[in-house]
Design a protein around this ligand. Sequence first.
Ligand code: 5GP
Length: 120
Amino acid sequence: GKGPYDPQNIFAKILRGEIPCKKVFENEWVLAFHDIAPKAPVHILIIPKNPYVSFMDFSATAPAEEIAGVMRAAGEIAREQGLEEGGYRLITNAGPNSGQEVPHFHLHLLGGKVLPIFAH
Ligand code: 5GP
């Protein structure tokens, strides 16, 4: 969750266009694309264009304008995906205990069904 940013992580490669993704949204702050292993009918990853290792890093160091931009985009994507009526889940994994796999901060947007509670 902390530590130096690894520019060879998979999302950095997606941002550079070295690996393809199924893009659903892009603006000055974020890129959003479908998760390769979806855990719900809608499972979109929303990532900042700038290099943050995790939410720990992003929340502590990103300018307020960027934090607002990323969160505003997440809401806009959920709305565009038609998720406001049924509702959705927005989560981020940060660090070892969360199971974070990719060391580039990302939000998971999940929806399209009644989602399981997964507190364990
Ligand atoms: P984390 O466990 O770090 O919170 O979530 C990483 C997510 O990235 C997982 O849901 C995983 O399926 C997804 N993922 C891993 N590699 C790729 C990839 O190459 N492309 C896409 N679109 N998603 C990926």
